[in-house]
Design a protein around this ligand. Structure first.
Ligand SMILES: [Zn+2]
Length: 280
């Protein structure tokens, strides 16, 4: 299991006696370093091929009771035997829920820290806060917390049919649930109704919360809902969505990657369906 801890600056000295029994989630572009048996290397192991990396790692919390660190780096062309790089998206399709959580947290914090080096008020260089998962300005005291962007993802149902759409950013012909970011000042229910209306010209009713998932590309929190069709003709907006339609268990299109909340919901609605090659 993974337990996040709120301390970016949790000092290494406090943890260093256990670095040989630690985990290091290390990104390089779109890839993550894993061992040949698909676990994360220890910090000590990573130090052997990236000396000094420890200085740039963030403390994330405990993964399976071991201290877990994360960071980003430029990897050497060839990794030593026993280590390999895999596409982070591919890793997520195989990941248990706790690993998804740990990878998401690493991805979010690494991305955020890279984009928040200086204070927006006084331009001083930011330093990690000693108490929170935050960066602090040593000059004016401003605090900067990780940016998390809430978004809704909705299973719109009409009888035994489910609305699935192809977004222009999806690979191949993948179809998924309707999703969109919250606007400032909205309730999540308003976001659901607005996004569905804007993107599909449909009105929905009986909105019900299902589950959530931190989506790590790069910083969303997906809030999943189910809603019932009320009125309108399903029409793609032509901006984000290029096609959409009503699907049943026996005519499913290519579906989103395994492990994603969209895929989990589709699989729960149509248990045992045989359609929909996964896109990973
Ligand atoms: Zn400042």
């Amino acid at each position: 299991m993974f337990e996040a801890e709120s301390a970016l600056a949790r000092v290494f000295a406090e943890k260093c006696e256990s670095l040989s029994a630690s985990y290091c989630i290390l990104f390089c572009g779109r890839e993550t370093v894993v061992t040949s048996d698909w676990t994360f290397p220890t910090v000590q192991e990573v130090e052997t091929f990236l000396p000094g990396i420890t200085e740039n790692l963030l403390y994330l919390g405990k993964l399976y009771d071991r201290p877990c660190f994360g960071g980003q780096c430029k990897l050497p062309e060839t990794l030593p035997s026993g280590f390999q790089r895999v596409l982070t998206r591919r890793l997520l399709t195989e990941a248990e829920e706790c690993l998804w959580h740990a990878i998401s947290r690493t991805q979010k914090l690494v991305f955020w820290k890279k984009q928040h080096r200086y204070c927006g008020a006084c331009r001083a260089e930011l330093v990690p806060s000693s108490h929170d998962s935050a960066l602090k300005c040593p000059e004016c005291g401003a605090m900067y917390f990780p940016q998390i962007s809430p978004a809704v993802i909705v299973a719109v149902r009409k009888g035994d049919q489910l609305l699935l759409a192809h977004n222009r950013n999806f690979e191949r012909n993948v179809h998924s649930l309707i999703a969109g970011f919250m606007e400032a000042g909205e309730t999540v229910e308003q976001t659901v109704q607005r996004e569905i209306l804007e993107e599909t010209s449909l009105r929905v009713k009986n909105i019900r919360y299902l589950a959530s998932q931190p989506w790590p590309f790069p910083n969303s929190l997906m809030l999943a809902f189910e809603a019932e069709y009320e009125s309108g003709d399903a029409t793609p907006d032509g901006v984000e969505l290029t096609s959409l339609g009503w699907f049943t268990a026996d005519n499913l299109p290519e579906l989103p990657m395994k492990g994603s909340i969209a895929r989990q919901i589709i699989d729960a609605i149509f248990p045992g369906h045989s359609g929909g090659n996964e896109a990973d």
